[in-house]
Ligand binder design. Structure first.
Ligand code: ADP
Ligand code: GN1
Ligand code: MG
Length: 361
């Protein structure tokens, strides 16, 4: 179905002027549609391999954004700039399903906004920490039980090890396994580290909260002129989780000066200045939404989340690249390598991270 015909299904303001693909995510396909009313909208094809229950997914994001809009309005903010405004179809549905089963949803494009794949300075990264801290603070009383866990076991690192990585390893052809033997050996040696966060949740030492679960820097919108953080986007994985998942994943992606798929591993490391800047911004804004136990364990989260992503990327490589978008056959292997290098650097800097958190708490 032509993209123009899909756009025509939504209750947009004005007549379509132009549409183009944009964004750099690994999961959804994203379009920007410009209208003669002066408004622009983001149209996204939902990846149904990743999100099997589109109804539950869209119920989640409508519920969370409606809740955030109320909170933002009560604080005197602008809900159309500080969170996503989803647009229903002309017949009132939360997404449009094409006759051949593809699902699309739409929301308002935030004008004069920008997303970064990399923070040029620690100060900018600190602002993304503020954005996720504010997000956590605003959602602290959201009724978690009303949300569906759209991807079960999303940050259940030991589950990903046992039920995804090991089976993929056993299924893979020998040649494929040999091409990443070193990575496999290292990951197998880290099995005992996979449950560092989940065991704390199971013991009740970490509370289950409504969290974002995909806190990459490019999931924060900044104001194009002032560089102030505007909104947290990419809300598909908002589910019950741990604040430590959000903190760890943000550090994993944003405190490494290299790209997630950098081939020169010499460039991959944990930058402690970036770590300190993010932690300061996040803690200041999340404030009393976090418990002392959560704060005390923040420093171990980046390692666990980085180990988890190494497992997920290598699993997808062994499975023949069925989950993440890839540009070449060894793309997921390159991503797994950067994550392993980064996790090793984080392990070496564990005490330094702990000292920074202690100085901020
Ligand atoms: P993905 O799941 O593919 O990562 P995102 O929801 O993160 O999809 O969107 C991809 C990119 O599109 C973002 O990184 C951002 O650059 C841009 N984008 C998404 N939503 C908006 C919005 N409401 N306003 C402006 N830009 C947006
Ligand atoms: C995916 O959609 P995107 O690119 O923001 C993935 C995250 C990974 C990330 C790694 C639903 O996020 O879990 O951390 O890639 N999202 C999903 O870059 O699996
Ligand atoms: Mg994204």
């Amino acid at each position: 179905m032509a993209i123009q015909d899909i756009i025509a299904q939504f209750a947009f303001d004005g007549a379509l002027q132009a549409v183009r693909e944009f964004g750099s995510g690994h999961i959804n396909t994203t379009y920007l549609a410009q209208f003669d009313s002066g408004k622009a909208y983001v149209l996204q094809q939902i990846n149904r391999f990743v999100f099997q229950d589109a109804d539950a997914l869209m119920d989640n994001v409508f519920a969370v954004t409606d809740y955030l809009r109320e909170r933002i309005a009560a604080e005197g903010g602008d809900p159309d700039r500080e969170t996503l405004r989803f647009i229903r179809t002309k017949d009132g549905k939360k997404y449009y399903e094409t006759p051949d089963g593809h699902a699309y949803r739409a929301y308002l494009f935030v004008k004069d906004s920008v997303c970064y794949d990399k923070a040029a300075t620690p100060a900018l990264f600190q602002k993304s920490g503020e954005a996720f801290g504010i997000f956590q603070q605003r959602l602290r009383d959201f009724p978690a039980a009303t949300l569906t866990e759209t991807i079960p076991h999303f940050h259940d690192t030991p589950w990903r090890f046992e039920h995804e990585f090991l089976p993929a390893l056993h299924r893979a052809a020998e040649a494929q396994r040999k091409s990443c033997q070193e990575e496999i050996t290292w990951l197998l040696s880290q099995r005992h580290q996979t449950d560092s966060l989940t065991k704390l949740l199971a013991l009740g030492r970490l509370p289950l909260r409504v969290t974002h679960n995909d806190t990459k820097l490019n999931n924060v919108l900044f104001d194009k002129t002032t560089d102030q953080p505007l909104a947290v986007i990419d809300l598909d994985t908002v589910m019950p989780g741990s604040a430590l998942y959000d903190f760890g994943d943000a550090i994993r992606f944003g405190a490494n000066p290299a790209d997630e798929d950098e081939q020169d591993l010499g460039k991959v490391s944990l930058d402690l200045d970036y770590f300190a800047a993010y932690a300061e911004g996040y803690l200041r804004r999340a404030g009393d939404a976090l418990t002392d136990d959560e704060k005390a364990h923040l420093a171990i989260a980046p390692f666990v989340l980085t180990l988890e992503l190494a497992l997920r990327f290598l699993t997808d490589y062994l499975n023949g690249n069925v989950y993440f978008k890839t540009a070449y056959p060894a793309h997921n292997l390159m991503r797994a390598r950067t994550q392993i290098k980064l996790a090793q650097d984080m392990a070496a800097k564990q005490n330094a991270m702990q000292a920074i958190i202690a100085s901020l708490s």
